[in-house]
Ligand binder design. Structure first.
Ligand SMILES: Cc1cc2nc3c(=O)[nH]c(=O)nc-3n(C[C@H](O)[C@H](O)[C@H](O)COP(=O)(O)OP(=O)(O)OC[C@H]3O[C@@H](n4cnc5c(N)ncnc54)[C@H](O)[C@@H]3O)c2cc1C
Length: 425
């Protein structure tokens, strides 16, 4: 079997593929790998753009390790391979919800937290920050739990699959809640002037800047007492399916054939941006569909450097002859205490650059990466970047502690792959 990721830019052929259905099956796979001198990794749903999930040894698929194990007292424990989509539904049936989420729900819970998947939040951070306990199988085949106060907990929440195979994840959850979603068009220059106010005034601020224009689509989500006012079926289809996927896909395809038209296409898109509002269940508001395939690079910069990061990115795109169709997405989170979280120890802003999959633009990513690394940026572990362990050790204060824990728990590097060798050393 050949593994290919969502973006179709990473592939590999593992020596063996298994689909464990129990913790015991995972233990067996780890022991078998160790005994036969092979390596072993579990994958999620292949939504990482980097080679973080690849293995040449035993690849464990998550499909039979799913579902809720237990819930109560504001906690829910799910098997590690449960897709976020299923978790949302299981929680909603019980009147519960996650405090915050990223843009999509395709990933497994373990796959999402291992690379530090995040959404946007003034007070609530990425998925790993909502974890209360982990169950994992270590390289010696033992099954352990990691809880707050332990180094393993702070290291393994965003663990890149380097410390063990997660078999269950316990999340802190909240009573289900509604979000008031507001979309409006604002000028980038105005946003940059009022960035602190906008961030402080909204529980969840997310904006999309359209290159070659000064226009941004600003989405704010704030808790609402209700009543629910979900977007009508036609409005929902128009915004989430037609405009953001079908029409956008057609515009990308047109731009790929005639790059000279891209500034004009973006200007038309900017003019079409309209205001809209709705109130709906949190998980429906947080997440969206992504049908158009793209490549992505995302950097986390100290929050106070966001305006400079965006100004320099805008200047760079203006100076170069690149034609960029995809919006640049900006999100924020509070500091995290997970050692390898991109938000570790600092209020963080995320700048995400995308390109249409059929027309990669390595110079664009390299140019933006140069800006972000000058500003002490940390790359998303699951999105394209060219950083190595030497750089990452400078921007992650606990990188050496993570490496030391890995040396102790996996001295034979049962769980490693080429990507981990590069980023962890
Ligand atoms: C369309 C799209 C939208 C996205 N939106 C966002 C977003 O809004 N925010 C964001 O931060 N990121 C986003 N991402 C990135 C994505 O969330 C991450 O790359 C995430 O890790 C993918 O999860 P996955 O289940 O596909 O895991 P994979 O990519 O398959 O694996 C990720 C890592 O997790 C490890 N892993 C998986 N299961 C286990 C386990 N049981 N035990 C140990 N290790 C394990 C794998 O070995 C690998 O190292 C997006 C990606 C795409 C393609």
């Amino acid at each position: 079997m050949t593994f290919v990721n969502w973006a179709r830019n990473q592939s590999g052929t593992p020596a063996e593929v298994r689909t464990p259905a129990s913790v015991e099956d995972v233990v067996r796979a780890v022991r078998d790998a160790a005994a036969s001198g092979r390596r072993v990794r579990m994958i999620g749903t292949g939504h990482s753009f980097t080679g973080v999930a690849l293995t040449d040894g035993i690849m464990l698929r998550p499909g039979a390790l799913t579902g809720i194990r237990s819930y109560g007292d504001g906690l829910v424990t799910v098997a590690a391979g449960t897709p976020l989509r299923a978790l949302n539904e299981l929680l909603a049936e019980r009147g519960l919800a996650l405090a915050n989420m990223g843009d999509i729900t395709e990933q497994t819970v373990a796959g999402a937290i291992q690379t530090g998947t995040h959404g946007t939040g003034r007070d609530s951070g990425g998925l790993a920050d909502q974890v209360a306990e982990l169950e994992l199988v270590l390289a010696d085949g033992s099954v352990t739990t990691a809880a707050p106060g332990e180094d393993l907990f702070d290291a393994a929440r965003v663990g890149l699959g380097a410390l063990g195979i997660l078999t269950a994840v316990t999340f802190r959850v909240e009573p289900a809640f509604l979000l008031h979603n507001r979309r409006r068009k604002l000028a980038l220059s105005d946003i940059l002037r009022s960035l602190d106010d906008l961030t402080a005034a909204n529980e969840h601020l997310d904006f999309f800047w359209l290159p070659h224009t000064d226009a941004c689509l600003v989405k704010t989500n704030n808790r609402s007492p209700g009543p629910a006012r979900p977007p009508g079926a036609v409005r929902h289809w128009l915004d989430n399916v037609f405009l953001e996927n079908t029409l956008f896909g057609a515009a990308c395809a047109l731009g790929a054939r005639s790059p000279g038209l891209i500034p004009k296409i973006n200007a038309v898109s900017a003019a079409a941006l309209g205001d809209s509002e709705s109130v709906d269940a949190s998980y429906k508001v947080f997440t969206a569909r992504r049908d158009v395939r793209f490549l992505e690079m995302e950097y986390a910069v100290p929050r106070e450097r966001l305006a400079q990061a965006l100004r320099e990115t805008g200047d760079l795109i203006g100076r170069m002859d690149w034609k960029i169709t995809f919006p640049v997405e900006v999100r924020v989170t509070p500091p995290s205490d997970a050692w390898l979280s991109t938000a570790y120890g600092r209020p963080t802003a995320y700048v995400a650059c995308h390109v249409y999959r059929p027309t990669p633009n390595p110079a664009y990513f390299a140019g933006v990466e140069e800006i972000m690394t000058r500003l002490d940026g940390r790359p998303h572990w699951g999105k394209l970047h060219t950083r190595d362990a030497a750089y990452l050790a400078k921007v992650y204060p606990r990188h050496a502690d993570f490496a030391a824990l890995r040396d102790r728990l996996d001295p034979g590097r049962l769980f490693t792959n080429d990507y981990l060798d590069t980023v962890l050393g």
